[in-house]
Design a protein around this ligand. Structure first.
Ligand code: GLU
Ligand code: ZN
Length: 295
């Protein structure tokens, strides 16, 4: 079977409801996929049930439908993919590429998030331990379609990172790489808050012999007060009845120039227009919320 030239995806985490920033990411990935004649997949990144907002999964799907988005195939749930994650963790562990870490949060505090490899050679058992991946003392870089060259030294800036937490939960970095490869994703379009996760993901792809997708990180939406519009900041959940105006606003945030006449259109018509007029080259690298309303 010939694999399609373009497979994109949107991968929300149900720790909260969709907000304007997630709409911008969903919209960009959708338009980039559809304008290339590609597929657009939906994956629920439900790796952390304790941090899930009740009702968020259903609300996310419902909101996407209200905004006129149509995805290909069934929604993939990461909660159904544990066996695949375990298989890879076992493999990395048995090859000595990953190891068990028993450090407490307190012990790690003074290292400012960069793990100094304390348990690298300790040979701890896996029970009640986190699993960390050894990273090489190397820089990983890639050319993002919007952000340009991005480079990060894994040893100095990240350190050996967790792929399975001590409480048994799987880490985003591992799950996202395995699932993007498993779903045949060729193009990752997502928020720039994940730029500095990408080198870790490139390393995992290299280690596991997976194909490297193309990347496009859309600008983070910064509120006029300097707050990032995202998970860590309370931004208003999207309202179904305001779909068209918010889609138009999201399009402007992405540097597109929607026609005035679209204001009275159904969200599906807005998406159809925007697919036909998509210009990824017009996406700005950075943005504040006020600018999203210009034009
Ligand atoms: N689930 C992640 C989030 O909602 C996005 C993952 C990705 O697009 O790689 O922030
Ligand atoms: Zn440790």
């Amino acid at each position: 079977m010939k694999s399609p030239a373009y497979i994109g995806r949107f991968a929300p985490t149900p720790s909260g409801f969709l907000h304007f920033g997630s709409l911008v990411a969903a919209l960009a990935s959708y338009l980039d996929a559809r304008s290339a004649g590609g597929q657009w997949l939906l994956r629920m990144e439900d790796l952390d049930p304790p941090r899930e907002a009740p009702g968020a999964q259903a609300a996310i799907l419902h909101t996407l439908e209200n905004y006129g988005f149509e995805w290909d195939g069934e929604v993939v749930y990461q909660s159904q993919r544990h066996a695949a994650y375990d298989e890879v963790i076992d493999r990395l562990f048995s090859h000595g590429l990953a190891y068990a870490c028993t450090c407490s949060r307190k012990q790690l505090e003074r290292h400012h998030g960069i793990y100094p490899g304390l348990c690298r050679n300790a040979g701890h058992a896996r029970q009640d331990a986190a699993i960390r991946l050894r990273v090489p003392e190397l820089s990983y870089h890639f050319i993002d379609r919007v952000q340009g060259l991005f480079e990060q030294h894994l040893g100095r800036k990240v350190g050996d990172f967790v792929i399975r937490r001590r409480d048994g939960l799987y880490a985003y970095q591992l799950a996202v790489v395995l699932d993007d490869a498993w779903q045949g994703v060729t193009d990752i379009v997502r928020g720039a808050d994940l730029l500095d996760s990408t080198p870790r993901q490139l390393y995992l792809q290299e280690l596991l012999g997976l194909r490297q997708p193309r990347y496009l990180h859309v600008p983070l939406i910064i509120q006029p007060d300097g707050h990032k519009l995202g998970k860590s900041y309370r931004s208003a959940p999207l309202q179904g009845d305001a779909a068209t105006p918010l889609l138009l606003r999201a399009l402007r945030a992405l540097g597109q120039k929607p026609e005035q006449a679209l204001a009275g259109s159904h969200p599906r018509e807005v998406l159809a227009w925007a697919t036909g007029h998509w210009n990824a080259g017009a996406i700005p690298r950075t943005l504040t919320l006020a600018e999203a309303d210009l034009h």
